[in-house]
Design a protein around this ligand. Structure first.
Ligand code: DAO
Ligand code: DAO
Ligand code: DAO
Length: 205
């Protein structure tokens, strides 16, 4: 549809289409537990992809499968995350006390664990190339919009409130970031399930 989709717990609304070509596939919430004591809602997110790219890269292998077969295919999710499909994860900050220090350390934990998982090494250099974009003077107050945008050729662009702050070409980093949202152990299971269903329906059109 073309109506915005609201992430229910935070109330954050996501446009159905981003730019001219990215379609919303699912929304979710990134939480974080502090000292195992309480959970805070850090940001709401929406996962977008270019529908033509999805068809171009996945139709041949998956176009004839039912939604049920797709969900049970071992390769489907990996192919979705590894193909050169333009995708964007849009984050809207909900937590009002985010510090750069806590973002850096959360990032090193979440993305660092995926870099390790997919490459078998800690990739300190790649991790730091990304976190070095997080300048200490920056602020991400509640309501800020961050877009992590995977562009053709596995280029990851970071855009904050509409302004590009960095760009890195790395298939491994693109794969690791997507894995947080639509991989095996995602931040929000329902977001991933919605993405699977919506990709299936794109492939069946
Ligand atoms: O204040 O210790 C605290 C809790 C902060 C949690 C920070 C989680 C940060 C997650 C990354 C946000 C990226 C935009
Ligand atoms: O939620 O753990 C996580 C991962 C968040 C990845 C996004 C971090 C982007 C931070 C943008 C700040 C760049 C200056
Ligand atoms: O004009 O040089 C500038 C600053 C660009 C605005 C970017 C805001 C960046 C917020 C980053 C938060 C990092 C976690």
């Amino acid at each position: 549809g073309s109506a915005p989709v609201v992430e229910p717990k935070s109330g954050v609304s996501f446009p159905a289409v981003l730019g001219s070509s990215l379609t919303l596939l699912g929304v979710g919430l990134r939480k974080k537990s502090i000292l195992g004591l309480k959970n805070i809602d850090v940001y709401a997110f929406g996962v977008y992809a270019n529908g033509d790219d999805v068809k171009k890269f996945l139709s041949e292998k998956y176009g004839n499968l039912s939604t049920f077969e797709l969900k049970n295919s071992k390769d489907f999710n990996n192919d979705l995350m590894e193909a050169d499909i333009s995708m964007t994860v849009r984050l809207q900050i909900v937590y009002s006390k985010l510090s750069i220090k806590s973002i850096r350390s959360a990032y090193e934990e979440s993305v660092g664990s995926r870099l390790q998982k997919f490459s078998g090494s800690d990739n300190k250099e790649l991790l730091q190339r990304f976190t070095s974009q997080f300048k200490d003077e920056y602020k991400l107050p509640r309501g800020s919009l961050v877009e992590l945008s995977k562009e053709p050729g596995y280029v990851l662009k970071t855009i904050i409130d509409g302004k590009e702050i960095g760009s890195i070409e790395s298939k491994l980093l693109c794969r690791s970031i997507l894995d947080l949202y639509i991989g095996e152990d995602p931040f929000d299971r329902r977001a991933k399930d919605d993405v699977d269903l919506n990709v299936a329906s794109l492939l069946q059109q």
